[in-house]
Unconditional design. Structure first.
Length: 190
């Protein structure tokens, strides 16, 4: 198994460290050809407008969308969730547009919208450590999207088939459980 980590912008190195801790081979994805030999991909947090722009500039947006539509397991964290959404609540832009969710960017406010907590996560036994940084949350879903976690009534983790999207940053904590969840997803889908 080899996991790709989109490495155009944002917190990709931290996800690489998590793969090292789990002993999972990984590679950073910077060019279209890097998408060829991967079994799953992580879309890190960062800034979704910049990441979407770079995906278009490097001719990777359509190719990545096609791989995901063909079943490549994908794990979007924070701005990765924004890239996956078919609709944004407060922005007309759509990037990959593959997941039946509507997502609100900077949903907790731009300035004071960063906080940490522990929350329940369907399929994970322990309470998951969650770091929110100018995070989005999900404002609506279609019926085949599974809600995995809610914090203060807001949806912060969802899964639809091969796609996992979360509002927070597990790569900035010591908690490996959400990365393990994604690895299990890849194993189950392969
Ligand atoms: N606010 C950022 C955006 O809209 C996401 C923040 C993050 O990834 N931590 O892209």
């Amino acid at each position: 198994m080899k996991v790709g980590i989109l490495a155009l912008q944002g917190a990709f190195i931290e996800h690489g460290k998590k793969m090292e801790e789990l002993g999972i081979p990984y590679k950073y994805v910077k060019l279209p050809e890097d998408l060829e030999d991967i079994d799953g991909i992580i879309l890190p947090g960062g800034e979704s407008t910049a990441m979407g722009k770079l995906l278009r500039e490097f001719n990777m947006l359509d190719l990545l969308r096609k791989r995901i539509e063909d079943g490549l397991p994908v794990f979007g964290t924070c701005s990765g969730m924004i890239l996956l959404a078919k609709k944004l609540y407060n922005d007309l832009t759509v990037h990959l547009g593959v997941m039946d969710i509507e997502v609100k960017r900077n949903a907790y406010g731009r300035q004071l919208g960063s906080f940490n907590c522990r929350g329940h996560f369907k399929g994970i036994d322990n309470l998951v450590e969650m770091v929110f940084i100018r995070a989005p949350y999900v404002t609506s879903i279609r019926e085949d999207v599974d809600i995995l976690s809610k914090v203060d009534g807001n949806i912060v983790a969802v899964r639809q088939n091969n796609m996992l999207a979360i509002s927070f940053h597990p790569e900035l904590t010591d908690d490996l459980s959400v990365h393990k969840y994604f690895i299990k997803m890849i194993e189950e889908l392969s």
